[in-house]
Design a protein. Structure first.
Length: 731
């Protein structure tokens, strides 16, 4: 039997745009033993609701939880409205704020005449209200339309929950379509996938089939095609697909054979409906095609602007050299000057080539040219990075404000939109973006929408690092096109520490496994180890850093599973570094145990807390009693987590190489063995090695390392920004 509380809504503490509500509820009845003491008292409740009022009784179905701020709290999964049946309750209902202009006096007159059937008569025979003295036609319209809207909204949400949607999703759907909801669902339930965030094909398809949609229905085939294209794009990073690429997945997704002729017919209809774009016999999702064409056309426009003229750049650069006690090489000087004269520029180079030095100089030079301090220029020049750690490094390097792209664009997590957009553009004159290889096509497109068409753009990044996690390879395509201005930094500045690491990385980039550099000095160590012994050897190396709170080293691994994968390494190192201790509080989350002093990584963006995907922190406090809280310190920024956000982080003694992008560590330990299989490829290993500043340990198999360096096949992504830049967009 479902657990419930029955009673009256009293007030809201918080209500979000999506209907999520935290409020106060007076409990009149419950079947939950733990809440018996709450009968005739109030309790805090949460859930997704539509038009709560203080008049009606409600039944809330769900469970009791303990919230850090509100104490005992009833978490609502779904709810029902109990219509008023007693005369006094009907009077109270009709005189509520739901019916503007109908006060207590009119409500009493109506109920006196119509009795307990008042609500049914108002809905079905509203003209009967004319029999009541002083009730006007306007009053009748207010009562009938108000009750009709109220009934429709509640019945619609109830219908959606009954066919399989959660209350949360039902609220999203109703708030999108309102009174048209049921018509939309009956006409084509799959439209909610494109109209509403987090509504994926599998979820909708399951409900659609229950409702009787045929497996070979056109609307289902169309939705399946869009789903396949979206999934393949996210998994493999491609921008477009051939018709055969899509068709071979159709049976797997739909569970039924669709003839190729029928499939082509639906492809053509999707083009007519402007859901997909066909270009050069390849098929794009409409949003992807528009994103790639926007990027290519904007960069082309900027690159064709006349160079800006400055008379004293060389003199100012010389002055900065003297002030910073540094000497720039010719490549660096060209890049610094191009950042001012060109309207679009890419600066690319590997580790140790001075990209950071150039960034610092560009900002300093901008201040001196404009004769303003850094604070005055914050609205003119904007420093951006894809990750929080990379943005923090920009800030530390330049002493100038820097932020993530999401934060700059004022990302709304609830509906995945940006407040800075084509209708509300930034006034920035210059935008400099570091770690540009990490930016996917969709994010780049949204950034450009939020900038003036004449905003100067400087991209800084390493061409040979991993491409973005999301679809596309924007930096790669720009450089490969040989059309736009690119300044290459190739001269290495060998440091006292890390010189072998940098040379080793450059050899990897060239496809060479430089074994002779391994174990030449303490900065680069290769420990040969068998599949069975890697975890032991890795633990031995890591244990050296046990006393420094393990902040200075990081294990980077290609995959999560297997004996030498990230999950198993984290379990082993937690036992080594942070074993169970009566002086340390701990908490169980699913199958995982977290303890105070554990190292963890953030998995999602939380811009309100100024933490982002990939940030690493230390658990500094755990509360594990009636309320459960975990406090994590991200470099001085302590963030509180409650059960609803515990899934936003995980242990980080070992993290994935992809998650390490945009970060640097003094010491990096990389397990490498043949069982990692397809995750052994050149760009992945190059990216891992270049995360290291001082000491690099490679533990595993020489042959696996060679295999990784030789493998470049997974680098291929089907994109067209390069082509659009070279040949224009003929569409």
């Amino acid at each position: 039997m479902e657990q419930y509380i029955k009673g009256k809504y009293r007030k809201s503490i918080f209500t979000g745009d999506n209907g999520y509500t935290v409020g106060i509820f007076k409990v009149l009845e419950t079947n939950i033993d733990e809440l018996v003491d709450y009968v005739n008292r109030t309790i805090t409740f949460t859930g997704y609701f539509h038009d709560l009022n203080e008049v009606e009784n409600y039944i809330l179905y769900g469970s009791i939880v303990h919230h850090n701020k509100y104490g005992d709290q009833f978490q609502t999964e779904n709810y029902e409205v109990c219509k008023p049946v007693e005369k006094d309750a009907i009077i109270e209902f009709l005189s509520s704020d739901l019916f503007k202009g109908i006060g207590q006096a009119k409500a009493k007159k109506i109920v006196k005449v119509l009795g307990k059937d008042t609500l049914q008569i108002i809905l079905n025979q509203p003209s009967n209200l004319l029999l009541i003295p002083s009730i006007t036609k306007k009053d009748i319209d207010i009562l009938h339309n108000g009750l009709l809207d109220y009934e429709t909204s509640y019945e619609t949400i109830l219908y959606l929950t009954k066919i399989g949607f959660s209350t949360k999703d039902s609220m999203k759907i109703y708030n999108k379509y309102y009174n048209e909801t049921i018509n939309r669902i009956n006409e084509n339930i799959y439209v909610v996938i494109e109209d509403i965030k987090d509504m994926n094909f599998k979820k909708i398809d399951y409900i659609a089939l229950k409702l009787g949609v045929l497996k070979d229905a056109d609307i289902r085939i169309d939705a399946g095609i869009i789903y396949i294209m979206s999934e393949l794009s996210n998994i493999y990073g491609h921008s477009y697909f051939t018709s055969e690429d899509i068709y071979k997945y159709l049976f797997r997704v739909l569970g039924i054979n669709i003839t190729y002729e029928k499939y082509l017919e639906r492809l053509e209809q999707l083009q007519i409906d402007l859901k997909i774009i066909k270009y050069n016999d390849n098929y794009y999702l409409k949003e992807m095609f528009e994103a790639e064409t926007l990027i290519a056309s904007r960069f082309s426009l900027l690159s064709h602007q006349k160079d800006q003229k400055y008379n004293n750049l060389d003199e100012l650069i010389t002055t900065i050299e003297q002030d910073f006690q540094i000497t720039y090489n010719e490549q660096q000087k060209i890049a610094i000057k191009d950042a001012f004269t060109k309207h679009f520029l890419v600066i690319t180079g590997g580790p140790g080539t001075g990209k950071t030095t150039i960034l610092k100089t560009i900002v300093e030079l901008y201040c001196r040219i404009n004769q303003k301090d850094k604070k005055e220029l914050e609205n003119e020049i904007v420093l951006l990075a894809p990750t929080g750690r990379a943005a923090k490094r920009m800030n530390e390097t330049t002493l100038f404000k820097a932020s993530t792209i999401h934060r700059f664009l004022k990302w709304n997590k609830e509906n995945d939109t940006f407040l800075v957009n084509e209708y509300n553009k930034s006034k920035a004159k210059v935008v400099i973006i570091d770690e540009a290889s990490m930016i996917d096509t969709y994010l780049f497109s949204n950034l450009l929408k939020g900038l003036s068409v004449y905003t100067k753009i400087v991209l800084i990044g390493d061409y040979d690092q991993l491409p973005s996690v999301g679809p596309g390879q924007v930096l790669h395509d720009i450089i490969a096109s040989n059309v736009l201005k690119v300044d290459y930094l190739t001269k290495l500045y060998r440091q006292k520490e890390g010189s072998n690491i940098i040379e080793f990385a450059y050899k990897i980039k060239q496809g060479i496994f430089a074994k002779e550099l391994c174990n030449l000095d303490i900065d680069l160590t290769f420990i040969e180890s068998s599949h069975e012994n890697i975890l032991f050897d890795l633990s031995e190396v890591a244990s050296v850093y046990k006393n420094d709170n393990y902040k200075s080293f990081q294990i980077l691994a290609p995959i999560y599973k297997t004996i030498n994968g990230i999950d198993n390494i984290n379990d082993k190192l937690q036992q080594l570094f942070n074993p169970k201790d009566k002086n340390k509080k701990e908490i169980k989350v699913g199958e995982l145990i977290y303890r105070e002093n554990d190292k963890v990584i953030q998995l999602t963006n939380q811009p309100d807390d100024n933490i982002y995907n990939g940030d690493i922190g230390i658990i500094v406090r755990i509360i594990n009693s009636t309320k459960k809280e975990i406090y994590i310190d991200f470099d001085g920024n302590v963030v509180k987590y409650t059960p609803s956000t515990f899934h936003n982080f995980k242990l980080a003694y070992a993290i994935s190489i992809h998650k390490s992008q945009g970060s640097e560590f003094d010491t990096v330990i990389i397990p490498i063995e043949k069982s990692f299989n397809r995750m052994l490829y050149r760009r992945l290993i190059y990216t891992a090695v270049t995360r290291c500043k001082k000491r690099l340990y490679l533990i595993g198999d020489y042959q696996a390392m060679q295999k990784a360096i030789d493998n470049t096949s997974v680098d291929i992504r089907n994109t067209t920004i390069e082509e659009f830049l070279k040949n224009g967009i003929n569409y």
